[in-house]
Design a protein around this ligand. Structure first.
Ligand SMILES: Cc1cc2nc3c(=O)[nH]c(=O)nc-3n(C[C@H](O)[C@H](O)[C@H](O)COP(=O)(O)O)c2cc1C
Length: 200
């Protein structure tokens, strides 16, 4: 079947994108407002943008009412955020943090996640995360002003935290990290079944 974006709805297009581009890693993003309200939410439109300088990017789209999500609002206000890895042990808690809570309600508390202060940015970080990247905002690339329009957030990594038992000589242990990936709909994939292939 063939589809041209301008003949289908934004929701249908979204389904074609999230169904075809899998698995997606999940950025679990903490941020804070000018008034000190803390926010935590998952985003699977996420990847590395650059290693040197170290830059990560993720995409808080406008919601169904074409409004900015709390994460985007906070990052525009404070210019800082922390991206955490999501391990299989976090699956249920991560899912709770995508709940659409009022702006002033803290998802750390709602999902019973222990927070600790970050080192160089204001938003706190998740104590149990295997890897956390403290980031300073570089740029938001605004891709539209409608429902589901992307607002690509690019942030430079200023501090990396890795759990002591999950790293050896800068190599992060995939078993300890135990990342999950987002598939279409409500499906996730585990990353325990891997293949090793040396470059030829
Ligand atoms: C695994 C997962 C991945 C998600 N990825 C995205 C994403 O890439 N972009 C987005 O706008 N929303 C995404 N969402 C939905 C947001 O997490 C959700 O809208 C959340 O309420 C936003 O929180 P905030 O308003 O506190 O920023 C995702 C949800 C889940 C559960």
């Amino acid at each position: 079947m063939n589809f041209t974006p301008d003949t289908i709805s934004a929701q249908q297009m979204y389904k074609l994108l999230i169904g075809g581009i899998t698995p997606r890693p999940i950025a679990w993003v903490s941020s804070i407002s000018n008034n000190g309200e803390v926010n935590l939410a998952p985003f699977s439109f996420f990847t590395v943008a650059s290693a040197n300088p170290p830059v990560l990017c993720f995409n808080p789209m406008y919601n169904a009412d074409a409004q900015a999500k709390d994460t985007l609002r906070n990052i525009r206000e404070q210019g800082q955020f922390v991206i955490h890895s999501v391990s299989a042990k976090h699956l249920e808690q991560m899912n709770k943090t995508c709940h659409n809570l009022p702006f002033d309600q803290d998802e750390f508390d709602y999902a019973n996640i222990e927070k600790i202060p970050s080192t160089v940015v204001k938003p706190p970080r998740i104590k149990s995360a295997i890897v956390s990247y403290e980031c300073e905002l570089l740029q938001v690339v605004d891709l539209g002003d409608q429902a589901l329009s992307g607002h690509l957030v690019l942030g430079e990594v200023k501090m990396v935290h890795v759990a002591d038992d999950a790293i050896d000589n800068f190599r992060i242990d995939s078993d300890k990290l135990d990342t999950i990936g987002r598939m279409a709909g409500a499906d996730y994939t585990l990353t325990r079944d891997r293949v090793t292939l040396e470059r030829s």
